[in-house]
Design a protein around this ligand. Structure first.
Ligand code: NAD
Length: 491
């Protein structure tokens, strides 16, 4: 199978002819060859997006919305194919792709389809005689760069609000997981998105991604990925002072207090870290336990973690698939060594599974590590795998100090039956999102993003529409009598 770039409404080869195989992480066999965009291809994509911009941005907002609503329907009509592609390319268990990734993607396009004609400017009460109002205008051509952990969902989080607001797009999926975004391009054409409005350019981050961040024809770059790459993007964007939106890494504290419902907390905490093999920026990767319940909690949590069914992502019974690449698996496994070097105790996992049918894939056992200190590397650095660091605390003050003791600030969670404490922590946590007696809820209406080294800007909800528009203030002299600034006798 061969996949091409999508530029100006056509599937085309890269000008260089370059391709790269995308692999099935279950056994590292190639699934398809994918064209890899270079700088010249990005130039073509930007030019196509620039040509498409005037018509798309001036179309009635309700008509843009209708197209997005149709796209949502088409995603549902093609749900099984999209779910299988996503699982094949990324390793997501098929039950999750079916129950979460695809429905959430459709919901996102539907939400912003409905939003298109409801997001509006304001009239502002200024001095007498003047009408002042604001226009919410699209930014222009936006560059969007996404990682490999949730390719289908993340492209929708970026493209849906950008399109609803009237922007045109150059989207670069991660080089190792391009398949669902190319399928979405097909569905977009079928839904009636005009040619050039969306251009999809799989390619290397250091080549196509870097050039998108630099490109003088791109007015905004929206990025999801690692903090290190986010910083490179900020630097590269300085040339034409692009608007920048960054969704970066995280090291989410998940705090279990002594008064929590332990059954719910054990299950929710396992989901917080092991869903998608822990490859989630919002993963609850620092499990913080009150010392009064720590032993009992850890025993139940470890028993549950050991019972999670690893297997081929296309098998409906699989609860945890492989990591998305061998390179990444090795990086995650290297943290078992890091933990040991700093006196950490590996309570479970820390290795690849021994089962013969998983031997060729990128699998890692659910891993639980007790750290000696919250300052240790395993409690500070994002591992981005099924790897949870356990810490204990004795009271609320210590819990808050540990929870806020990283440079990141993305997802966070707490389990307690004390209402005051719940809201106090919601106020005091250094985070973009707080889940109380739950973890990892997302909804297209609810803002998503971080603070500190986790980035800036918000996806979803009205906030996303603000990110993808700029405000113009218009002053109209209705009947103001202004004495002349420079009084002169009439000529
Ligand atoms: P990454 O930064 O290496 O890559 C992300 C994307 O950026 C890929 O498409 C890649 O090709 C591209 N890229 C790489 N170098 C680039 C450059 N110099 N210029 C422009 N683009 C470049 O990240 P990754 O390892 O693929 O993804 C995992 C990271 O993403 C983790 O740190 C994770 O926390 C983060 N993430 C954040 C969120 C969030 O919403 N905050 C969500 C998911 C993942």
């Amino acid at each position: 199978m061969r996949h091409q770039l999508f530029i100006g409404g056509q599937f085309v080869d890269a000008l260089s002819g370059e391709t790269q195989p995308t692999l099935n992480p279950h056994d590292n066999t190639p699934i398809a060859d994918v064209a890899m965009a270079g700088r010249a291809d990005v130039d073509l994509a930007v030019a196509a997006a620039q040509r498409a911009f005037p018509k798309w941005s001036r179309m009635a907002a309700a008509d843009r919305g209708r197209i997005l609503l149709k796209l949502a329907d088409l995603i549902e009509a093609n749900a099984e194919e999209l779910a299988r592609l996503e699982s094949l390319d990324t390793g997501h268990p098929i039950k999750d792709s079916r129950a979460l990734d695809v429905p959430r993607t459709a919901a996102c396009y539907r939400y912003f389809g409905g939003m298109a004609d409801k997001f509006q400017g304001e009239t502002i009460p200024v001095e007498a005689g003047f009408l002042n109002y604001t226009l919410r205008e699209p930014v222009g051509v936006v560059g969007q760069v996404v990682p490999w952990n949730f390719p289908l969902m993340f492209t929708s989080w970026k493209m849906a609000p950008a399109l609803a607001a009237g922007n045109t797009i150059v989207m670069k999926p991660a080089e190792i997981t391009p398949l669902t975004s190319l399928k979405i391009a097909e569905l977009m054409a079928e839904a009636g998105i005009p040619e050039g409005v969306v251009n999809i350019v799989p390619g290397l981050g250091s080549v196509a991604g870097q050039y998108i961040a630099e490109h003088p024809g791109i007015a905004k770059v929206a990025f999801t990925g690692s903090t290190a790459t986010g910083k490179r993007i900020v630097q590269a964007s300085a040339g034409n002072l692009k608007k920048v939106q960054l969704e970066l890494g995280g090291k989410g504290p998940n705090i279990v207090f002594e008064d929590a419902n332990l059954t719910a907390a054990v299950n929710g905490s396992a989901w917080a870290i092991f869903h998608n093999q822990g490859q989630a920026c919002i993963a609850g990767s620092r499990l913080m336990l009150h010392s009064a319940i720590a032993d009992e909690f850890l025993e139940r949590f470890t028993t549950l973690a050991r019972s999670i069914r690893l297997g081929n992502p296309l098998d409906a019974a699989t609860e945890m698939g492989p990591l998305t690449s061998a390179l990444h698996r090795d990086r995650v496994l290297s943290y078992a060594q890091v933990a040991a070097e700093q006196g950490g105790e590996i309570v479970a996992g820390g290795r690849a599974p021994v089962a013969a049918e998983l031997a060729r894939g990128c699998y890692v056992e659910p891993t639980i590590v007790k750290a000696r200190s919250w300052r240790d590397r395993v409690a500070q650095e994002e591992v981005f795998g099924p790897f949870v660091t356990v810490l204990t605390f004795k009271d609320d003050a210590e819990a808050l100090e540990i929870a806020n003791g990283t440079d990141y600030g993305l997802g966070s969670g707490l389990w307690t039956s004390n209402l005051q404490r719940a809201h106090r922590f919601a106020r005091d946590l250094h985070a973009g999102m707080v889940w109380i007696n739950s973890y990892k809820r997302v909804n297209p209406g609810s803002p998503f993003g971080g603070v500190g080294q986790s980035g800036y800007g918000r996806e979803m909800g009205f906030d996303a529409m603000r990110e993808y528009t700029q405000v113009k203030s218009v002053w109209v002299n209705v009947d103001a009598q202004i004495p002349p600034w420079y009084p002169r006798p009439a000529a």
